[in-house]
Design a protein around this ligand. Structure first.
Ligand SMILES: [Zn+2]
Length: 648
């Protein structure tokens, strides 16, 4: 439950500040916090080059944020001063429109300056994570953030004490205050679910107790579960772990991926009674807060924060159901292409068709991406060109650099920054396009919105990045040198839709079903959860999938179920982006302008309304159907290309 997130600017800045994209490509066991370490993190090979070996144009210039450490220290002290100043405003904001406006403006400035202080500390640390001075600065910023949160906790409750009619009258009279109309509307919208001061105090006191389920599950999964040792392709012993699993499940050696999959999931199956009790506790936690705050259901409560109607989730699941025959066809295609007589769950991740990865030099990737983005128009492309030419990216891996990739935009910073670990794979090229999409979103929103709306909601966060990928894929398809290259692109795109749309919708359906079961008074036991999960998996993958008993325990392994109705956003984002990208490719009138309007809107409207600017209405089936249509076309294309390559 997140009534607190109505402190919009705060929540949006804090949560959307760092966008890393572990879900991209379908890896989904991570994504627990705004800073996500991707599944490839553990495998980072020793870097060959030091920072001194790399030309400046491929490295960040953090001097653009602060010219010196002294300047950063001064900014840090200024944030501390603003925190104190803000705290001192407690008790004043109901006096006049001017007093309320003063507090809102000070809060915005304080958070923006804090974000930039944090950005500098974190990014300089990310360049060398063994640098203890940089680590120390990062720790100091964490404490500063806690202070800022504490100093502002009085603010939303104090706003709610002023009658809404009075505040709205003030806004009619004061145009500077009227800037905050959407934010204040959002705060008052949630008022009916806020309880009396004493009740709120009691609910806050339950936090430490109710968060225990997530903590217990994390401890069990990360430290206490004993996973077996299996043999890799060369017959060497490998200790299974969550990280190892994500490597071994891609093994072309069927015995290896089978041992990894069944070995891992058997452990969850054996512990199903304990884990089901933990997950059941988490579900009851959601039910408790929903009931306490007067919501109809857990789902209703979870979607209230971002103001997403329940129909969005129902529409996603319902529309995907109608297109499940396409996923069944995909499983049948796998069976045929891979030449196996049964498709098991461990046969779904490995590429159907293997070819050596071509080397894509970074400069070539940049050229390709800039050309692929040309349909977005000159303004978009010239900003992208500037990003590549003006050290917005830190491109290559160096010793002790943070792994993975992200884009980080702060409204008052000169521009967003992107961190990469570019090794020259085709996937790395897609990552550049993806992170650039986040950067453009931050860039347009920062430049077109006042501070309170310069960030963007989680529901919209992965759309801009994925639109860039859609445009890149389309360009690569049209410029592939041969059928083989085309086949590989088609394969990657199909896998992207399978893992991000079908699989995440499947998770969302499981999550929704078990909450409904609990709300109807049914106990969630190890056996009932495995049965529910197994039935859903069978429905999604169809008659050609074989579900081993251990595979039914997968639902007990996914940490996202401790995040309260979050997985569906992966699927909706990809569908929205596919729909937008397709219209841009088709040169539909207004498509580019709509997308730019979306990028420029930040959080100035509710997430669904912001997306509507790009012509996408996530309460309707259309964006999901567009994506399903594309999936169908990709299936056909794959079959044709594969037959041609094999001389059939
Ligand atoms: Zn992303």
């Amino acid at each position: 439950m997140n009534i607190q997130t109505t402190g919009r600017a705060k929540a949006v800045y804090m949560m959307a500040a760092i966008l890393t994209c572990t879900w991209f490509g379908g890896q989904n066991a991570q994504a627990q916090s705004p800073i996500n370490f991707g599944p490839d993190d553990e495998s980072a090979a020793p870097a060959q080059r030091t920072r001194a070996d790399i030309e400046d144009k491929y490295k960040w210039d953090l001097g653009e944020l602060y010219p010196s450490l002294e300047a950063w220290e001064t900014a840090f002290t200024e944030v501390e001063r603003k925190i104190k100043k803000f705290k001192a405003l407690e008790g004043t904001i109901g006096e006049s429109p001017e007093a309320l406006l003063k507090a809102l403006k000070l809060r915005d400035r304080m958070y923006a300056e804090f974000m930039m202080v944090m950005q500098y500390a974190a990014m300089s640390y990310h360049l060398d994570m063994k640098n203890s001075e940089a680590a120390g600065r990062s720790d100091r910023v964490d404490s500063l953030g806690t202070k800022a949160s504490e100093a502002t906790s009085w603010f939303t409750p104090a706003i709610l004490k002023i009658p809404s009619a009075k505040v709205f009258r003030w806004m009619d009279e004061n145009k500077d205050l009227a800037v905050y109309r959407h934010e204040l509307d959002d705060i008052y919208r949630q008022k009916e679910h806020i309880l009396s001061a004493r009740e709120e105090e009691l609910l806050a006191m339950t936090g430490d107790v109710t968060s225990a389920f997530n903590t217990i599950f994390g401890r069990l999964q990360n430290t206490d579960l004993d996973f077996p040792i299996i043999k890799d392709e060369d017959g060497n012993d490998v200790q299974l772990s969550s990280a190892q699993y994500y490597k071994l499940i891609y093994s072309p050696d069927r015995r290896v991926r089978k041992d990894a999959f069944l070995g891992l999931h058997q452990v969850y199956l054996d512990k199903r009674n304990t884990i089901s009790a933990i997950l059941s506790g988490q579900v009851k936690q959601h039910m408790f807060y929903a009931k306490a705050r007067g919501f109809d259901s857990s789902l209703d409560a979870a979607l209230n924060g971002p103001n997403i109607p329940v129909e969005v989730v129902d529409n996603l699941i319902g529309t995907i159901h109608q297109h499940l025959p396409k996923l069944h066809r995909y499983v049948t295609l796998r069976k045929k292409v891979m030449g196996i007589d049964e498709v098991h769950r461990y046969d779904l991740r490995v590429p159907m068709f293997n070819a050596p990865d071509e080397e894509v030099p970074y400069d070539d990737a940049v050229k390709t991406i800039l050309t692929a983005l040309e349909p977005m128009g000159e303004d978009y492309v010239s900003t992208a060109r500037k990003a590549f030419a003006s050290r917005w990216l830190d491109v290559f891996e160096t010793p002790n650099k943070r792994s993975g990739a992200y884009s980080w935009g702060v409204p008052i910073a000169p521009h967003p920054y992107m961190l990469l670990n570019y090794h020259g794979t085709r996937n790395d090229r897609s990552t550049v396009a993806h992170e650039l999409g986040h950067t453009m979103h931050s860039w347009y929103s920062s430049r077109n919105q006042p501070l309170p709306y310069a960030g963007y909601a989680t529901f919209c966060a992965e759309v801009a990045s994925t639109v860039n990928e859609v445009l890149l894929d389309h360009y690569l398809m049209n410029h592939a040198k041969d059928d083989m290259e085309r086949l590989l692109i088609v394969q990657e795109r199909m896998e992207g839709i399978r893992t991000t749309v079908f699989r995440q919708t499947m998770f969302a359906e499981f999550e929704k079903t078990i909450h409904e079961q609990a709300e109807a008074g049914q106990p969630l036991t190890g056996d009932s959860l495995c049965k529910t999960y197994g039935d859903i998996v069978r429905k999604y993958y169809g008659p050609d999938i074989v579900i081993d008993e251990a595979a039914t325990a997968e639902g007990l392994r996914i940490p996202h179920f401790y995040r309260n109705f979050y997985v569906y956003t992966y699927a909706t984002s990809l569908c929205a982006a596919t729909s937008i990208g397709q219209r841009i490719i088709d040169r539909e009138p207004g498509a580019v302008e709509g997308h730019i309007a979306f990028l420029s809107a930040g959080s100035s409207k509710y997430p669904l309304d912001v997306l509507k600017l790009a012509g996408v209405d996530m309460t309707t089936p259309r964006p999901i159907e567009d994506t399903m249509e594309l999936f169908g076309e990709l299936l056909e294309e794959f079959e044709t290309l594969h037959a041609r390559i094999n001389g059939e």
